[in-house]
Design a protein around this ligand. Structure first.
Ligand code: NAP
Length: 474
């Protein structure tokens, strides 16, 4: 049995209480995880506080070197890393390998950005009274960053917080999702080996409900960075006071398909966007609005390709779709599908479950008031609706509490320009699904999708303080 420990102040520490971690697909116990109380969180924050000075004084090239060492260590143990993700999250192994590759890219970007934290000089004499002065800005680390992460990308979304925090010279307390602590503890081992000073990263596992308050309200903490559901994120925002808060929350992302598009070229990309990791991706493709002229052929081909997806064990190399993260999520999804049927929508494929696996489900003509449309499904469920004009499509896409990313397929450059103006989201993907992301682009949402931007350079801005220095020559 794998009995795990907290990583605090450079030491591996046993917990007082343990909980078994089971794999969502096999339901086997894969580890025993220590459950933090406020006491361990307090120790972790204290360690991060003590390490602040060391990290703040460390030169940019030294911070970059530690991150480069980390990159090398993940590369060496990439197969092991992918297996950890596949087991704890039921992420199909090919998708888990892709996540590890992206994690490596994210830390590489962080190593590079550590050397590019610039200020600027300011022409103070542009204002009356500013003559005879030289002014410039610098960016200083904010101090302690607390990071709370979700289950769905247990390595790469942690990298989006740990990478920039260390690149900027901050220290961290990391609280991973209860279902996926192993990826974070693995990172702790590698960062120790990479030469990170003790206390610069501290990892506490256990329930967010139990330790959330302490992590988000302690006065020593300067930044709270959270990725997860809107309900928890909004609660954190309300409690965090004057701390910087970065929130990466949910979405019910949509794509629009114009009449002039060659359907055959986009189907497989749309199927991937809808069903990758069982739809448990924050920018998963949930709503598809297709012009009436190509609607029938789009639906036919989409259903045909979806029916070919392979369902099964996440560790099997050909599996496309595996178990949802919890049994509750399977039951919730089935209830939402039932509500959709009662509300007049047609289930063209799927709609059933076996064990913790929900079959890829395609729903047609769902009203926008139904839960499968207006809430985040976070399951392998996609809606395809007919639209008569682009104007109507923009209204449907924008009629949402969320606004993370949206996509549009069109061959008309004016329509593309119009869509990029009219869609109220954090990012518009022209001729792609909303699920597109590479790790240095600015990424984040509007409305209930969040606050602030990730993408290493942008996160570093959020995790540093701008300081102004003025020299008076008069
Ligand atoms: P979640 O239930 O909100 O959990 C996220 C994290 O918050 C977990 O570590 C959780 O700990 C912790 N937590 C729970 N209650 C807390 C509290 N009261 N105070 C502080 N922390 C608390 O989300 P999830 O189910 O893991 O992830 C799915 C959600 O994340 C979806 O809404 C998805 O869209 C969103 N997401 C967004 C992005 C993005 O970049 N915009 C990326 C990925 C996922 P426990 O696990 O112990 O409960």
């Amino acid at each position: 049995m794998l009995k795990k420990k907290f990583f605090i102040n450079g030491e591996w520490i046993e917990g007082n209480h343990y909980q078994s971690l089971t794999s969502p697909y096999s339901e086997e116990v894969i580890a025993e995880i220590p459950q933090a109380s406020e006491k361990e969180v307090d120790q972790a924050i204290e360690a991060a506080d003590k390490a602040r000075e060391v990290m703040a004084k460390m030169s940019a090239h030294e911070r970059a070197a530690i991150l480069e060492n980390l990159v090398r260590l993940i590369e060496e143990r990439a197969a092991e890393a992918a297996e950890i993700i596949a087991k704890e999250a039921a992420k199909p192994i090919t998708t888990a390998k892709a996540e590890v590759a992206r994690t490596i890219a994210t830390y590489k970007f962080a190593a590079e950005e550590a050397k590019r934290i610039y200020g600027e000089t300011l022409p103070l004499d542009a204002a009356q009274g500013g003559e005879g002065r030289v002014a410039y800005t610098v960016r200083e680390p904010l101090g302690i960053v607390t990071a709370i992460t979700p289950f769905n990308f247990p390595m790469n979304l942690v990298a989006h917080k740990v990478g920039p925090a260390l690149a900027a010279g901050n220290t961290i307390v990391l609280k991973p999702a209860s279902q996926t602590p192993l990826s974070s503890l693995f990172l702790g081992e590698l960062l120790e080996e990479a030469g990170l000073p003790k206390g610069a990263i501290n990892i506490v596992t256990g329930s967010g409900r139990v330790v959330g308050e302490k992590i988000t309200t302690d006065d020593r903490v300067s930044v709270v960075t959270f990725t997860g559901s809107p309900a928890v994120g909004i609660g954190i925002r309300n409690k965090a006071g004057l701390k910087r808060v970065i929130l990466e929350l949910g979405s019910n992302s949509a794509v629009i398909v114009d009449k002039n598009v060659e359907i055959d070229k986009i189907i497989s990309r749309c199927v991937t966007g809808a069903f990758s990791f069982q739809g448990q991706v924050c920018i998963s493709l949930q709503r598809i609005y297709v012009h009436e002229e190509v609607y029938e052929s789009f639906v036919e081909r989409f259903v045909e390709q979806t029916s070919q997806l392979k369902i099964g064990d996440p560790l099997h190399p050909t599996t496309d779709v595996s178990a949802l993260i919890t049994r509750n999520d399977v039951e919730r999804s089935l209830a939402w599908i039932e509500e959709a049927k009662e509300g007049g929508a047609k289930v063209a494929l799927g709609g059933k479950a076996e064990g913790n696996v929900l079959y890829p489900t395609v729903i047609l003509e769902a009203d926008s008031s139904l839960k499968v449309s207006c809430q985040e499904v976070f399951a392998p469920i996609v809606l395809i609706n007919k639209i008569q004009s682009m104007e109507e499509a923009y209204q449907f896409v924008n009629d949402s509490r969320y606004g993370l990313q949206a996509g549009i397929y069109t061959n008309d450059v004016f329509t593309a320009l119009e869509a990029s103006e009219k869609l109220h989201v954090g990012g518009v993907m022209i001729n792609d699904i909303p699920t597109f992301r590479v790790d240095h682009m600015p990424y984040g949402g509007v409305k209930e999708s969040g606050l602030g931007r990730e993408g290493i350079k942008y996160t570093i801005e959020e995790m540093t303080e701008l300081k102004l220095i003025v020299w008076n020559k008069n």
